[in-house]
Design a protein around this ligand. Structure first.
Ligand SMILES: Cc1cc2nc3c(=O)[nH]c(=O)nc-3n(C[C@H](O)[C@H](O)[C@H](O)COP(=O)(O)OP(=O)(O)OC[C@H]3O[C@@H](n4cnc5c(N)ncnc54)[C@H](O)[C@@H]3O)c2cc1C
Length: 442
């Protein structure tokens, strides 16, 4: 897999990190060999990627200035580039804050000269906004509501397919294959490619892992096979799952919600992760995500246990237990109160992502082998940066990332010992949510 320019890139994983990398690479190096490998076809009707979803929140309301800037940069692309525009819905966001989040975000927007776009609204006044759609929300401990009209949501799966298709038109290749492990030079110092479950070896001089929640398991298996223990992710990356669910609004109910903003119930890290409710899609489907974020510990090798998605081709993502479904009913309740309690919940899904304790991405060379790079760890907030992730990943590949970003996203850096200050860090175990029958079968 080399090209006339001599540059060759093998990107494992066709989520937002991988596809954005391919898209930026092929634009910068039109003659390079750029190949994406994924276990699922990019236009399959069901995929395991966290990036493949009905919709995702697109916002820049971050208390961390780096992600605030990055969010605004991505939003510019969503608003102005015809490839991305059709998928972005700038509905605004309505964020019920139980901490100083609103003032921190407003401070960051001020730094960026964008303070006109958002405001902190007193709770009583906010209840009346947007036709009172959140008038029955649970507002216990809410200090104020952050309203940002620049934020919104994107039709995530459709956008992922469109950008992948565009990358293919520009010359990127797409191979459907399960990557079983990594391949190395004879002396073990350089990663030379991947081995697939069908026994093929694909080679390139840059191997980029954008494998989301599967990354720790892939590295663990590769470490064992190559006898290179330093390949393991160790405590750098943890796979975590969360439930989403949807209801389909009937024609009479739809107009009440048609123009709603994205809703967020924000909590402190001690109380739990933030819960979200996304406006209806073109099929009138309104979505929530739940409050339980969990690991799935499994023995991947004798004596080696880590969290990974269930070992099934589809990660068992459609097998959602009663307890996890209740998570979505609870989310419904804290946004809309009693009036929506009879809504029929449909399309439950468990979605897996890769987490770090600091909630930062890893966009970095892997320290244990030349030619091996890691670009993933969306931490449950990576989708919105899709248009610009690849730009920074290409900078990383070329050693040109700003020092602040290189340090923030490094493979080896000091991270908090645990995720206690990261509200979204997994705090539960999947086994505690399984239905009794399924548990008995384990
Ligand atoms: C329920 C949920 C809601 C979210 N909501 C938002 C939101 O509103 N806004 C937002 O910005 N972010 C959100 N996120 C986070 C965001 O979706 C992720 O951070 C982001 O999509 C991760 O992208 P990725 O490319 O790292 O991984 P993924 O999208 O998971 O892609 C990884 C890819 O690697 C492939 N792969 C893995 N292992 C192998 C292998 N061995 N061989 C071949 N292929 C392999 C998989 O098939 C997959 O396609 C949410 C996440 C979840 C789970």
């Amino acid at each position: 897999m080399t090209s006339s320019t001599g540059k060759s890139y093998l990107i494992v994983g066709a989520g937002v990190f991988g596809v954005s990398t391919a898209y930026h690479l092929i634009q910068k190096y039109p003659n390079a060999s750029v190949t994406i490998v994924d276990r699922d076809a990019y236009d399959a009707t069901s995929r395991v990627a966290a990036s493949w979803d009905w919709n995702k929140v697109v916002r820049a309301d971050y208390d961390d200035l780096v992600y605030c800037k990055l969010g605004l940069e991505a939003q510019e692309v969503f608003l102005n580039d015809p490839l991305w525009q059709p998928y972005f819905h700038q509905t605004g966001i309505y964020w019920m804050c139980r901490s100083d989040y609103a003032s921190e975000v407003i401070g960051n927007y001020k730094t960026m000269g964008r303070e006109g776009e958002l405001k902190a609204v007193p709770v009583a006044e906010a209840k009346e906004m947007y036709g009172g759609v959140f008038g029955d929300a649970d507002i216990r401990d809410v200090k104020e509501v952050l309203v940002n009209r620049g934020s919104g949501w994107a039709a995530a799966g459709d956008c992922l397919v469109a950008v992948t298709r565009k990358a293919l038109e520009l010359g990127v290749k797409y191979v459907v294959a399960e990557t079983e492990s990594l391949a190395f030079s004879n002396d073990g110092t350089r990663c030379t490619g991947i081995k697939t479950s069908k026994g093929e070896t694909l080679k390139a001089d840059h191997i980029i892992l954008s494998t989301g929640a599967y990354t720790p398991k892939l590295l663990e298996l590769s470490a064992y096979e190559a006898r290179k223990p330093d390949l393991s992710a160790g405590d750098r990356i943890v796979a975590g799952g969360i439930t989403t669910g949807m209801t389909r609004l009937d024609a009479a109910t739809y107009p009440t919600y048609a123009k709603m903003p994205v809703g967020v119930q924000g909590y402190t890290p001690e109380a739990g992760p933030f819960i979200g409710s996304l406006p209806p899609t073109k099929d009138r489907e309104l979505k929530w995500w739940g409050q339980s974020i969990f690991t799935n510990e499994q023995e991947v090798l004798p004596g080696s246990t880590l969290s990974a998605p269930p070992a099934k081709p589809d990660y068992g993502q459609w097998e959602v237990s009663e307890k996890l479904r209740e998570d979505i009913s609870y989310a419904n309740h804290v946004f809309y109160g009693k009036k929506t309690k009879d809504w029929k919940m449909e399309k439950h899904r468990i979605c897996w992502d890769a987490f770090t304790t600091s909630a930062d991405f890893i966009i970095s060379p892997h320290a244990a082998a030349l030619g091996l790079y890691v670009a993933t760890c969306g931490n449950f907030h990576g989708w919105k940066f899709f248009p610009v992730l690849g730009k920074y990943i290409v900078q990383m590949l070329e050693g040109a990332l700003e020092p602040e970003l290189a340090q923030k996203w490094a493979w080896d850096r000091e991270r908090p010992k645990d995720g206690k200050d990261n509200a979204d860090y997994p705090r539960h175990q999947m086994k505690d949510f399984l239905d009794p029958v399924r548990q008995a079968r384990l």
